[in-house]
Design a protein around this ligand. Structure first.
Ligand code: UDX
Length: 445
């Protein structure tokens, strides 16, 4: 008999995971406490911009013409508990207010809500990013609260998907890491992931703590790599060198590699910033804080890039923002996403606005979300419209459409041809030869 899978929490992670499980051939029930989200997903729509996800949903959500009907959604915990043989926990773990530590309340609530309905053997699989040590605590809690007792087992299976590539990362991940304590748990997860495993995706079984740490370590490494090159950008600025040429040269060394070595405004989003902070907080609790003090520096280097961009913009405005118009290209924390959580672009836009400039923002997908969080910024429907009358144009999120902008066309509408490239990807020569002053972080003026 085919496994039946429930997915608890239908945000980025859960909605994508549920659709992917249906694609693998399982019967899937997605659960969320938010009835609006459930209604949207049931209608086959995706509450966020994620390439390919709505197509995958429509292929499987029950009630749509030509769909496999394998995927349904509900707000009933009891229904999900009774339905699933395997329950994936995909709720979020945001940063706690006023602290570095992760807020575990959604994970705890998910386990506490599900457990009392588990009357037959079931495997609960955590995918949320959690502080190391959470899985063993939750495993005990699950067995204590479930009527089936130890028949309700826990496994930990961290998720590494990137926003903007969520579908492909879920269907064909780089690796599948599983923290499991029994043969039954391992067997069930091998069955769940039979398709990617047969396609050659490495499947690694380990203990709970190691599985949890793989996620924290991976995100810390990525954040460190970005802050490393941004620290080099600071040195390049001081020494009159060019960080883009430096990173190109470094990348030829295969041991270093070019990925995540793009200098600029640094990292943001719902994961890297909060994950490195939660990791530091957890290491502190474990008495291993010294091991991660470097992450504090990684965080500071990253935040300094935002201040530096504001400074450069102020310089370009003649030393002050009052009465100046600033165009900001990009609001999402990265291209191909409408996610604005801890967006470096919006952080810079808001700081400049607070210092007296009139800031107009354009983003291909994230304007609606940005407007909700920063209603006092002005928003435009195109890059050209945002640039009208601007004394300086800031390129802060590297959408492909910004690389296709025509410097002459944009030059015709601005007040002054001044461009700051916060992502080091525009063609400096093309902009300069169209009469623009082109400046970027970590590059000579
Ligand atoms: C990240 C991890 O990549 C993913 O594995 C994990 O599961 C969740 O966190 P995501 O938040 O979607 O994924 O974004 P990612 O593509 O990693 O980018 C993070 C930030 O780093 C973005 O703001 C991006 O602009 C920035 N970045 C990335 C750089 O500044 N330079 C780079 O070279 C790469």
């Amino acid at each position: 008999m085919t496994l039946r899978i429930s997915v608890i929490g239908t945000g980025y992670l859960g909605a994508t995971h549920a659709a992917a499980m249906a694609e693998f051939g399982f019967e899937v029930l997605g659960l969320d406490i938010d009835p609006d989200k459930i209604a949207t997903l049931t209608a086959g729509r995706v509450p966020m911009y994620e390439p390919g996800l709505s197509e995958l949903l429509l292929k499987h959500v029950a009630g749509h013409e030509g769909s496999t009907g394998r995927l349904r959604f509900t707000t009933s915990v009891q229904e999900a508990a009774e339905f699933g043989d395997v329950h994936f926990v995909c709720v979020n773990t945001p940063q706690r207010k006023g602290e570095f530590a992760a807020d575990m309340s959604y994970v705890d609530t998910a386990i506490d809500g599900l457990a009392p309905y588990l009357t037959r053997p079931a495997l609960v699989v955590g995918k949320s990013t959690v502080p190391v040590g959470s899985a063993s605590r939750l495993a005990e809690r699950l067995a204590a609260l479930a009527p089936v007792g130890a028949g309700a087992e826990l496994a930990w299976n961290p998720e590494f998907l990137r926003e903007g590539f969520a579908v492909q990362d879920t269907l064909r991940p780089d690796r599948i890491v599983v923290g499991a304590h029994s043969e039954r748990a391992e067997r069930l997860l091998r069955e769940v992931y039979a398709e990617p495993i047969s396609a050659g995706v490495p499947f690694m079984v380990t203990d709970f703590a190691t599985a949890e740490l793989v996620k924290a370590a991976a995100n810390s490494f990525l954040a460190t790599k970005i802050s490393f090159i941004n620290a080099m950008a600071e040195v390049c600025e001081a020494a009159g060198a060019d960080v883009t040429q430096l990173s190109t040269a470094l990348a030829y060394d295969e041991r270093i590699g070019g990925k995540f070595l793009n200098s600029g405004l640094g990292f943001g989003g719902g994961c890297l910033p909060k994950d490195i902070r939660a990791f530091m907080a957890r290491a502190g609790e474990l008495g291993a804080d010294q091991a991660l003090t470097f992450l504090r520096e990684v965080d500071s280097i990253n935040m300094r890039r935002r201040s530096r961009m504001v400074e450069l913009a102020r310089e370009q405005c003649g030393g002050g923002f009052l009465g100046r118009r600033v165009a900001v290209l990009g609001a999402a924390f990265k291209p191909n996403s409408d996610d604005i959580r801890d967006s470096p672009a919006l952080n810079v836009a808001a700081q400049i606005q607070l210092q007296g400039a009139q800031v107009t923002v354009y983003d291909p997908k994230a304007v609606d979300n940005a407007r909700k969080m920063f209603p006092s910024l002005t928003y435009a429907g195109s890059a050209l419209e945002a640039a009208e009358g601007a004394h300086v144009v800031l390129h802060l999120t590297e959408w492909a459409e910004f690389r296709r902008l025509d410097p002459a066309e944009l030059g015709a509408v601005v007040a002054e041809r001044r461009l700051l490239d916060g992502r080091n990807v525009l063609d400096a020569e093309a902009w300069r030869s169209a009469g623009w002053t082109y400046r970027a972080l970590g590059r000579p003026s």
